[in-house]
Design a protein around this ligand. Structure first.
Ligand SMILES: [Zn+2]
Length: 51
């Protein structure tokens, strides 16, 4: 799976359940796109949410 930042609308619909699991308890936020994920590998410019 590619980063959440690069998902198209179609991919988002197809992988929606998987994506919910990734964003449910986020630990990282993308500074560029403001998307969140539990692992930084899903974001293009990740930063830890808690410092
Ligand atoms: Zn991004």
């Amino acid at each position: 799976m590619k980063t959440l930042c690069k998902l198209t609308k179609n991919e988002l619909t197809t992988d929606f359940k998987k994506i919910i699991k990734i964003v449910k308890k986020p630990k990282f936020i993308c500074e560029k796109c403001a998307r969140v994920a539990k692992d930084k590998e899903y974001l293009c410019n990740p930063t830890a949410l808690k410092k």
